[in-house]
Write a protein that binds this ligand. Sequence first.
Ligand code: URP
Ligand code: ZN
Ligand code: ZN
Ligand code: ZN
Length: 460
Amino acid sequence: MSILIKNGRIITAADDYVADIFIEGETISAIGKNLPVQADTVIDATGKLVFPGGIDPHVHLAMPFMGTFSSDTHETGTRAALFGGTTTVIDFVLQKQGHSLKEALDDWNSRAQGTTVGDYSFHMAVTDFNENTKAEIQEMVENEGITSFKTFMAYKGALMINDSQMVGLMQEVKKQGGMVTVHATNGDMIDYLIAKHRTEGNLSPLYHYLSQPEVTEAEASGRFSDMADYTGCPGYIVHMTCEGALNAVRNATRRNQKVFVETCIQYLVLDASLYEQNFEGAKWVMSPPLREKKDQQSLWAGINQGLVQVVATDHCPFMWEQKLMGKDDFSKIPNGHPAIENRMELLYSEGVHKGNITLNKYVEVACTNPAKIFGMFPRKGTIAIGSDADIVIFDPTETHTISAQTHHMNVDYSGYEGWELTGKVKTVLLRGQVAINDNKCLVDKGYGQFIKRNKVSGKI
Ligand code: URP
Ligand code: ZN
Ligand code: ZN
Ligand code: ZN
């Protein structure tokens, strides 16, 4: 099978030019003007943008969490991702405290193998670091192709590890050629504030927000950066939301330390005023919570300064009925919000179309940097000869409206209901197959492949 994409405007993190792309099998075999080739299929991309398939390195599919499971499976979540122009996702395997990493991996494999539609990889979340866990790190890196290890500085009793575990993990992960990633918020301080608000009878979603003030994130981001500096381990802070946390990383970089920073689309475009509408605010109950408008400005600036390298989603959807578990107590609302399908179009519309970022920066933070940071480049994350033919053909002028009635995520509301966006995903190729065309998914459950990742250097 061969495909010729003709005359599209090709955008990578560095380039912007009009050319043809020739695909043979799963990979790109030629790029050039008026390529003299015969193809089985020809796609005319005149007037369209052509960029690499999006990579969302932060999603939670069918994740057991807060007494329930996130509502997108590996099938529904990766299919929805494809509709939105994201061809590869990295999901989180969660070690159960008292059990092994291998058991957790077997559990996730049993749900993901043969069911995913788009390509995927795993981070391993270490929730119980001890001598047994330590002995499993090498196996994960060398044999499983899992080179990033997620930690939580919050969610005590379920996922949180303490600082001595963190330092021990960092030393081992550095030795094995991996990276430690972190949910950086001060769990003890948050638990204190949650208990205080509940005792005072303040139980609405607004108090979820008030239990996680900016300082809880800034403090933990600085502490994580210090531990990463001390151990020399490559570090990556997930879902950063605010100016205070960005400044903690800014400070760390003054001593020539590299700590990667991810923000998520919601923190760039939504703000905490959404928590003021009684229980409706539960739609946006996530950790960390949405912040203020000034923080959105700081995040856009951070992206343009190169301090923030990745825009992900932290996709973790729950049905409205699941959110209702917390209708009388904000601390029981499952934390998370759906966005896996919306990220690329929202970031284009709110970022590129509104002039907050350039087209090259868009590709850099949504496609290329996630591939580089997590050991998938140049197979994924760019348009180049030899790379996987993961390609999005995008109409930069078409407008459309986000709605739960038309999205493909397995969740019965949208955090962006009624939002009008400029720019639409038209066709998506995944490893040389047309996966999405004309709002239809053309690849089956099981087409998605597990991507074994390379060791990482902490440099991009
Ligand atoms: O609220 C969130 N973020 N839910 C998913 C788990 C996590 O902390 O990333
Ligand atoms: Zn066990
Ligand atoms: Zn988190
Ligand atoms: Zn998350």
